[in-house]
Ligand binder design. Structure first.
Ligand SMILES: [Zn+2]
Length: 54
């Protein structure tokens, strides 16, 4: 569990969350990028198209 940087509410994450993943805050809807996973650390996501390639 991590805290939203915008509203401070808890953001639920999968157990296997990975650095670079983008998660949405369920409370305010902001997009957050996982920048660390031990412990989980969130930052405001850059505005990117959802076209990351595979
Ligand atoms: Zn939020």
């Amino acid at each position: 569990m991590a805290s939203c940087i915008q509203c401070g509410d808890d953001v639920s994450l999968h157990e296997s969350v990975e650095v670079g993943e983008i998660v949405d805050c369920g409370t305010c809807g902001v997009e957050l990028e996982v920048v660390g996973d031990d412990p989980v650390n969130l930052a405001e996501a850059p505005e990117l198209e959802e076209d990351w390639g595979e």
